[in-house]
Design a protein around this ligand. Structure first.
Ligand code: AMP
Ligand code: MG
Length: 471
């Protein structure tokens, strides 16, 4: 792959306390499960590259591209509210940067930050991350990406069972987390390390602040704004992250580290998708408040280099701004474009009806985007529909153009946990066709895909699956 040249300038720009150089431990007998060709091509991999033996070796860490130095990053984090000083890339190994994207192999072996872990990722969780990150991207939600994934004959023990070891090649414009700043705050040269890290983030992700006098305050304000946008989009599509620890919060406001996540099916505002989250810290309705809490941790650790009071008072505006943005998106999902004094209460009544009558969240929006109200047959939802129909009369946009617009914001398909499980079940037997079909659906969620229409339905067998952390 002579045409692929990676850049590792980051290693000269950050102090050595922030990373460790290391070697990858390849998997045994690797096999390609899926390649995300549109993204791979965008980054400069040619079809010849992707079909070559070297590409499989590249995914397994046996072949390094030109310019590549392998390293993992150190970071800290608040996990479930408690500070853990020494986290870091426990199973992710960075390869370098290609066309603005830092590439990393997740599941590529032990690192100095593996703690009690094995440095591995299993096929099941790798498929989940691979597919959902691309689904989020297609839904226009800021996220890290996935270029390709492999499985192998290597055995990895999880919850007393042996599973197949897998690797996903992830790509992100930044892998810096709130926890990276917590790590800089902890060390000896606090101020110097914080400045260096903040300057690096500004140069890479927020170049517009490079020559601004209060650049660290501006950086923080921008992170707050990006986080608000991300959370408003999460809530509007019903995405639940499940592990919103500060080490899983991106400095660019990207959705990062897909673990026990779920997409909302039967609407339940208190839904907890992470089996290990006994108190519901990361429940659906808590996500905005947790994001704000995480931002207050970031404000605290930036305090040696920025005005803490200013940062905190900016963060105090989080919930107000979040609500405004969330309701604006919900209005668009409902095809409401002009303003009416009762819009907020119309949306609140909808949430309340969806919740108490356990309505399949995304199907509801898809159905109304087709002008189809026939499935609305429960008491509260029927009462709400009457109000909605009256409200629609106040719109100037024609029904036809409203429905066209609504179908561009309300997807026909979201990746429900049982669909992912179907793909996992056959992949574990060596058949990767459903993973690849789901990738196509994930990348084109607003399209019909008639042959997969059954996936618009709730699972008959079980209510939304729950998963646990770090599998
Ligand atoms: P998470 O909340 O899943 O993003 O992971 C929390 C921390 O645990 C991170 O520092 C991960 O790198 C680390 N970690 C998770 N799983 C493993 C594993 N199997 N081996 C080593 N480290 C891991
Ligand atoms: Mg993580």
């Amino acid at each position: 792959m002579k045409n692929i040249k990676l850049n590792c300038d980051i290693l000269d720009k950050l102090d050595k306390t922030f990373y460790s150089k290391l070697n990858i431990t390849p998997l045994h007998n690797p096999k390609i499960v899926s390649i995300n060709r549109p993204l791979a091509n965008q980054l400069g991999f040619t079809s010849e590259n992707l079909n070559s033996e070297n590409f499989l070796k590249f995914l397994n860490g046996e072949y390094l591209a030109k310019g590549s130095t392998t390293y993992s990053k150190a970071y800290s984090g608040h996990q479930f509210g408690y500070f853990v000083p020494n986290l870091g890339d426990g199973r992710a190994i960075n390869l370098g940067k290609l066309n603005n994207y830092h590439l990393q192999l997740k599941g590529a072996g032990l690192t100095p930050y593996s703690r009690n872990g094995d440095g591995r990722a299993v096929l099941r969780s790798t498929i989940r991350e691979y597919l959902l990150s691309e689904a989020m991207y297609a839904l226009k939600i800021s996220t890290t990406r996935a270029i390709a994934m492999i499985t192998s004959d290597s055995k990895v023990l999880r919850e007393y069972e042996s599973e197949q070891g897998a690797i996903v090649l992830r790509a992100s414009t930044s892998w810096i987390r709130f926890g990276s700043f917590e790590y800089a705050y902890m060390g000896k040269n606090k101020e110097q390390n914080l400045k260096q890290l903040a300057d690096f983030v500004i140069e890479e992700s927020y170049p517009e602040f490079q020559n601004v006098s209060n650049k660290y305050e501006e950086l923080y304000f921008a992170v707050v704004d990006k986080t608000i946008e991300m959370i408003a989009l999460w809530q509007s599509i019903g995405f639940m992250h499940g592990v919103m620890n500060t080490d899983n919060m991106s400095i660019e406001g990207l959705t990062i580290d897909y673990g026990p996540y779920a997409m909302m099916e039967e609407f339940d505002k208190g839904f907890i998708c992470n089996l290990s989250d006994h108190e519901g810290r990361y429940s659906f309705e808590n996500q905005p408040f947790i994001a704000q809490w995480n931002l207050s941790v970031l404000a605290k650790v930036l305090s040696p280099i920025a005005d803490h009071k200013l940062l905190e008072s900016y963060n105090d505006t989080f919930i107000g701004k979040f609500k405004k943005r969330y309701f604006a998106i919900m209005k668009e999902k409902l095809g409401l474009y002009n303003t009416d004094i009762d819009d907020t209460s119309l949306i609140l009544r909808l949430f309340s009806a969806l919740h108490s009558e356990s309505i399949d969240y995304n199907s509801f929006f898809w159905n109304i985007s087709n002008g189809d109200f026939s499935s609305i047959d429960t008491h509260q939802m029927k009462a709400w529909l009457e109000l909605y129909e009256k409200r629609l009369e106040k719109e100037k946009v024609s029904k036809e153009s409203r429905l066209v617009k609504m179908k561009k914001i309300n997807p026909k398909y979201i990746l429900r946990n049982y669909m992912l499980q179907d793909a996992i079940d056959v992949a574990q037997k060596g058949d990767f066709s459903l993973v690849n079909s789901l990738l196509t659906i994930a990348q084109n969620p607003y399209d019909e895909h008639e042959e997969f229409h059954h996936y618009t339905q709730l699972s008959k067998n079980f209510k939304t699956l729950k998963c646990s952390c770090s599998s």
